[in-house]
Design a protein around this ligand. Structure first.
Ligand SMILES: Nc1ncnc2c1ncn2[C@@H]1O[C@H](COP(=O)(O)OP(=O)(O)OP(=O)(O)O)[C@@H](O)[C@H]1O
Length: 310
């Protein structure tokens, strides 16, 4: 095991930020920590990397975090304020200089898509470009364990995809990755295992598929109609499990091949509708079921992605 945490707790005065968290991460594994604002993700990352005090036991490569060879660890903190009057190239070069064995600066800049802007002062880069440079700084020592606290926040979708590809290829080469993210889709696609933190506790952990199967619930078929009540009644009479939300009538547990029958039941009752969308449960459903709060990727965004069926 590369990372082992046992019963890790941390309080800030009266405020309990972490409450007995245990987890372990294997070599080459990508582990994503998700959870609402204030759940304790950053506190856990800081405990695991020895950058805050904690109670409990933490070992990285079999030793306490403060004893780990810095050459083996790459850490991207949530807030990272490097000197601003340095160019991206100078900054990455500066971090490379801190290690005995560093990767060529140009290679690292290319990894994060910053070759073209390498000579721009850090302070003149966009927020997303700055985040890319910070990620580059964590890669210079070619670490065996990468710990990234919200690496993709502020990065545009194409950049997020590039970074995801990069992390995937690093993991395929044996690098162990622990990251936190508010993008459920990112955790789902990238992580071998996901841990959901809520109020300082690890409330669920597993592969994305296992979590979805266990906690994701049923598929949802959403109907937008001016005649909510008539639609709901017609579908209930036809034996469907129906729920009304503020903006839609939702039928749960309909398989894709059963959508036609739902449409038929509406037509038989002479109820029209404006739009219909179907969604299978995913990691966002798990998050909403267990942690309940807002997520960055809203339901509407997911619907646009899935496309309106009819
Ligand atoms: N330095 C600190 N002093 C006091 N309280 C803190 C400190 N750092 C974190 N906390 C509290 O600990 C709890 C956990 O915070 P933490 O930053 O670990 O959450 P998080 O899951 O990373 O949140 P976010 O998604 O917003 O980054 C919160 O209630 C927070 O207010």
């Amino acid at each position: 095991m590369v990372v082992v945490a046992e019963d890790v707790s941390r309080a800030y005065g009266e405020r309990v930020a972490l409450d007995g968290v245990s987890l372990s991460i294997d070599e080459g594994e990508v582990y994503a920590l998700i959870g609402p604002n204030g759940a304790g993700k950053t506190t856990l990352v800081r405990s695991l990397t020895g950058t805050t005090d904690y109670e409990g036991r933490v070992e990285l490569f079999g030793v306490p975090p403060t004893e780990v060879d810095p050459q083996r660890l790459g850490l991207l903190p949530q807030s990272f304020d490097p000197p601003e009057r340095l160019t991206a190239r100078e900054l990455v070069g500066y971090y490379a200089g801190l290690y005995d064995r560093a990767r060529p600066v140009e290679d690292v800049l290319a990894d994060v898509g910053m070759t073209a802007s390498a000579d721009t002062w850090y302070e003149r880069l966009s927020g997303g470009q700055q985040r890319r440079v910070c990620v580059a700084a964590t890669l210079v020592n070619d670490p065996d364990l990468l710990v990234l606290d919200e690496p993709t926040t502020g990065i545009d979708p194409a950049g997020r995809r590039d970074l995801r590809d990069l992390l995937e290829s690093l993991a395929a080469g044996g690098t162990t990755v622990l990251l936190t993210t508010h993008y459920m889709e990112e955790a789902e696609r990238l992580a071998d295992r996901v841990g959901l933190l809520a109020e300082g506790r690890l409330v669920a952990e597993g592969t994305p598929d296992a979590l979805v199967a266990e906690h994701g619930g049923a598929s949802r078929l959403e109907l937008r109609t001016a005649a909510d009540e008539d639609a709901a009644r017609a579908l209930m009479d036809a034996g469907y499990a129906v729920e009304r939300t503020a903006r839609a009538v939702v039928v749960s547990g309909v398989a894709p091949e059963g959508i036609g029958e739902v449409v038929g039941a509406l037509a038989a009752a002479d109820v029209g509708y404006d739009a219909l969308s179907w969604r299978q449960p995913d990691l966002e459903s798990v998050y909403l079921a267990l942690a309940g709060a807002d997520v960055t990727e809203t339901g509407e965004a997911r619907e646009r992605e899935a496309g309106v069926v009819a």
